[in-house]
Design a protein around this ligand. Sequence first.
Ligand SMILES: [Zn+2]
Length: 248
Amino acid sequence: MASSIDIAQFLNKELQIYNGMEDSSCNGLQVQNTGNVTKVGFAVDACMETFQKAAESGCHMLITHHGLIWYGIKSVTRKNYTNIKFLFDNNLALYGVHLPLDMHPLYGNNIQLAKMLGLKDVRPFGRYKKEYGYVGKTNTTLKKVQSILQKNGMKTDTLAFGKERIRSVAIVSGGAASDTDEAIKRNVDLFVTGEPLHYVYHLAKEAKINVIFGGHYETEVWGVKALMSVIKRKFKVNVEFIDVPTSI
Ligand SMILES: [Zn+2]
């Protein structure tokens, strides 16, 4: 027997959401509900389609990587009104966890991707005070990395300006193409991120580095998926991944 508050308190601690790192997301329980939670849904985005699917499949709580509340709420009108009303009407709680779920050393999107690629000697990666990602060593080829990503449902839009033999890979899921600069400074052979940025083309070309855009959505399903078994075991609840891809 667990309430959304019990589950949220557990996650707050487990994911170290109060780690002092700046985040535009209001991480934690964003919308409370009442009663016991017997089924929890997991998704990338807090949006109406996710909420409807979660309610239809009998979820009492939803855990998303991109929550509903960013920088706080200034008014409960339009999208805020319809989304929050739907959550209230369906007694559906919402927990959002952004950067702490990118960077978490066990459940994070980036460490999951690092494991998937079999990286060794894995260390935090990113810009000063923004080390959400990981960098690690390997001995593989660009083609092999692309094939692993493809097998796991990711995109492989590639700027293949570097070496074919890959000995180091840096990973930052989602919208982190601007970290290509840091990957160049650290001299890695391949940078894997989610969403492309136009200027990165010439940046990568002139620095002779490989960059793969795996998709913002596709690189960010891993953190919430990793939490599913944890929540299922700890609270004896049913769990379901609610897939609402954005193609971005
Ligand atoms: Zn994201």
